[in-house]
Design a protein around this ligand. Sequence first.
Ligand code: URA
Length: 476
Amino acid sequence: MRVVRLASEIDFDGWRRAGRALRAEGVPPEAVVWTVEYDLFADGAAPAAPAKGAGPRFTVPQPFIDLAERVVLNRSNERFALLYTLLWRLEREPGLIDNPADPDLTRARDMAKGVSRAAHKMKAFVRFRLVEGVEPEVYMAWFEPAHRVTEAVAPFFARRFTGMNWSILTPDACVAWDGETLKVSEGADPADAPREDAQEELWRTYYASIFNPARLNPRMMQQEMPKRYWRNLPEARLIPELIESAQRRTAQMVEARPNPPSERVLKAALRHARDGSYGESDPLTLEEAAVAAQVCRRCDLWREATQAVPGEGPARARIMIVGEQPGDEEDLTGRPFVGPAGRLLDKAMLEADFDRRKAFVTNAVKHFKHEPRGKMRLHKTPDRGEVQACRWWLDAERRMVKPRVILALGATAVMGITGRSMPIARSRGAPIALDGGARLVVSWHPSYLLRVPDADARARAYAQLVDDLRLAQSLT
Ligand code: URA
């Protein structure tokens, strides 16, 4: 019997070297025992690679190498032996890699799938906490991956949180990023990771605001976020409460659907659609514009959207708020800013003492641009041509409402209002005179705030949005 001692639980290179040497020597799988030996200088360390030309020539297919790299990360104790069996058999059965029914290969593929799933869950569910009293700031997370994926997933976090000092502690290994290099060390104990801090509250606010009651499916939700991960997730505490309030909120969303348009308005809208030209006979009222937008074909976004989402609010509001485009919930309900971004905007308005009911709230683009991803519809930023095409509707709303102040949230809104790009950071904070006498106040889009990874930067941008709401209100 040959005993192979690998250097670590995920020692793919060691397995590969040993596999090559054993295969060249003609040692069959049943004559090999695979173990992990943490002391590399102990007897029986993995055999060295075979000398060039030793044994029959055999090239391992690349798909098998790719598979083996993932299988090695599985927690199954049989992984190294199974891979050597497959390697052994591949030399004798060249078509094996393409046989979908082979039990050894199926087992390896299932192991690899488990590893990919574990990596995906880790990317989604790692939550960093600020370590108290450490300078410069360090964030830590404790995570228990289903398989040994920590080192494999670490580069993802390094790319995602490049500017942060962070460590992820797991029972298998710890990885740390200092802005330049990734360091790997031994596994840790949960007690080593800080538990509570102000980040928790932010995560919960974020999760509550991205929660869409109309899409609630508790079974799916638990499948995607299995209970084993809940205890390390601050937002998990919200789940029972969110499920309870979901039915109530969905009913409110359905009730909030606008009334059907009058026959006169419908006829006018259809006339607009039939003519295909909107320039000659502008809509006369906001109601007419709202219905006519439903049949707008000025660009292609109508094809994938549920409906156009026109602006809403008092017909002679002194202030108009312009966003980018409807999101998923807005597309389903037909109303602007009722989804996650809208809920964050409401929160900022509350802090700014700003009464949303007095504002006319609309978007630069009236149809939801998105791309399907599984069952989700992921937001896509409208391009310049689409913003340009939709300016016709925004201009019509501006002409009819005649606001004194327009608050533009984000770059697309600025483009829809002025026809040009302006960096938000430089144009916010002071009003800008528009042709026709109205004044423009520029601020961050709430969805942008939801995406800022750095907590301080996020808090600063949020405070600026509150300030900009106050400024806009003071100018009315
Ligand atoms: N984002 C926007 O810009 N507008 C909405 O109505 C919703 C999300």
